[in-house]
Design a protein around this ligand. Structure first.
Ligand code: G3I
Length: 326
């Protein structure tokens, strides 16, 4: 096998290899745009399908940016993961302020959430293969996360969200998605129990997504542990996915950190490949030219496969090597 091929070609038919797409970069940077399409078989909008973007003013929906990405994906033979319908971040200000001031009560809020889900999922019906329906609903201790949704609507908001989404696009595969759930932990145990309960209640949940935000300084789960964790969700009948892989490091970079980074990505990808139903693997961006990491973690960065000039880092070569073997 010629290893020096785009990741989507090396992965072939057995795995979708995706990237998050920064819409602003996509619009401004032709080199970025080209790489999005040549390298990957799936894309996820990094921000432009989120609620604050699609309904900045109450009742005024704007899918223009997301539509552009979805159309471009189609032209380039790519699938689209939908991200994300219910989350505690990037909720429009009119909504959080409305709830805080008491102008929006629980009853009305439930209707607003239902309309948001039905409207967005219907808008993209038939064009999204997987939706992250509920994002980051559990905290690191394994309890339902204390969010606006839990406080106002109670734990039933999760089942409601899946049911509404399923009715709006019965063919889309609907996912729970979170970080720090790649391996075996209190948090992934809690997801296992939640998934089991939802399925027992006949809630249309189809998949479990592990984001895969790693840091060189924290170490990584082994591929075997990831496959073991994914395997228990698959035994429930769910598919699995790695949805937002990146491996950050304390700056500046050096060869040792870059090698460790390659190992972190490798364990995630191999964990997915060792799993029976891990059908998509998405990177949260692919070049250090555009990445959320430096803006969020002071002094950290270089979390992606390609450097700022789109030159391959050891991690990129490692992904090629692993996919070529698979
Ligand atoms: O677009 C606005 C711009 O108009 C404004 O002037 C500027 C000022 O701050 O902000 C811009 O929006 C930023 C947006 O990214 C687009 O660049 C937001 O501030 C910034 O908060 C937002 O960050 C995103 C973050 O989610 C927010 O929660 C990151 O790009 C995005 O990578 C990150 O993605 C999340 C996943 O959705 C869920 N899992 C974790 C992951 C990483 O945090």
């Amino acid at each position: 096998v010629d290893v020096d091929q785009p990741l989507r070609d090396l992965a072939g038919r057995q795995l979708l290899v995706g990237t998050a797409v920064d819409h602003a970069a996509y619009t401004a940077d032709a080199e970025y745009r080209e790489r999005v399409h040549t390298e990957f078989s799936s894309i996820t909008a990094e921000n432009v399908m989120k609620w604050e973007v699609v309904e900045p003013v109450r009742g005024e929906r704007d899918y223009a940016a997301a539509d552009e990405l979805v159309a471009a994906a189609k032209r380039n033979g790519q699938r689209v993961r939908g991200h994300t319908l219910v989350w505690h971040n990037q909720v429009p200000a009119w909504l959080t302020e409305g709830v805080e001031s008491g102008e929006i009560d629980r009853h009305e809020l439930r209707g607003i959430l239902r309309r948001h889900i039905v409207d967005e999922v219907s808008h993209f019906r038939g064009r999204i293969y997987e939706w992250d329906v509920v994002n980051e609903a559990i905290d690191d201790e394994g309890n339902l996360r204390d969010t606006l949704w839990l406080r106002e609507l109670g734990p039933g908001y999760i089942a409601d969200a899946f049911r509404w989404a399923h009715r709006a696009d019965p063919k889309a595969k609907l996912f729970l998605n979170d970080y720090n759930v790649e391996g075996l932990s209190a948090k992934s145990d809690a997801y296992y129990r939640l998934a089991r309960e939802l399925l027992a209640d006949r809630v249309p949940v189809h998949g479990f997504g592990a984001q895969g935000h790693y840091g060189v300084q924290y170490g990584f789960h082994s591929a075997a542990e990831i496959a073991k964790n994914f395997g228990r969700f698959e035994a429930l009948g769910l598919r699995t996915a790695v949805t937002e892989a990146d491996v950050r490091m304390v700056m500046p970079t050096d060869n040792v950190k870059l090698q460790a980074q390659a190992q972190g990505f490798s364990a995630l990808l191999q964990g997915c490949l060792l799993s029976r139903r891990c059908e998509s693997f998405t990177f949260w961006g692919f070049t250090d030219r555009y990445s959320w990491v430096p803006g969020w973690f002071e002094g950290e960065g270089a979390a992606t496969l390609l450097d700022e000039s789109f030159q391959p880092k050891p991690a990129y070569r490692e992904m090629q090597a692993v996919l070529a073997l698979a």
